[in-house]
Design a protein around this ligand. Structure first.
Ligand code: FES
Length: 97
């Protein structure tokens, strides 16, 4: 594994934009979101939508939205989301909480 790429100014701007958008959504709708993939400014709802649309592996998520294809720091979180979604009862329990 490499050390990853340094963040470019445009990536930093995207991160700031996405963080602000997430905070705005949280405030406006009482919804909390979490940035999952910083490199591609993807939050958990976007990744979840990709999973719901059939991406059932890290490779399929990468093809669908690009998550995990840059520095790779998000791959563990992507795997955790995939595992959580592989057991329907687990997902229902986490949504009820
Ligand atoms: S956080 Fe770098 S590829 Fe997802």
């Amino acid at each position: 594994m490499g050390q990853g790429k340094p963040l470019t100014p445009i990536v930093i701007m995207i991160i700031i934009f996405e963080l602000k958008r997430s905070l705005d959504l949280s405030t406006a709708h009482g919804i909390t979101t979490m940035i999952v993939c910083v490199c591609h400014a993807l939050n958990d709802r976007h990744v979840q939508q990709c999973i719901d649309d059939g991406a059932n592996s890290v490779a399929k998520l990468a093809r669908k939205c690009g998550a995990g294809t840059d520095c790779g720091a998000c791959v563990c979180e992507l795997r955790a989301m995939l595992v959580q979604n592989s057991a329907p009862e687990t997902r229902q329990a986490s949504q009820a909480a």
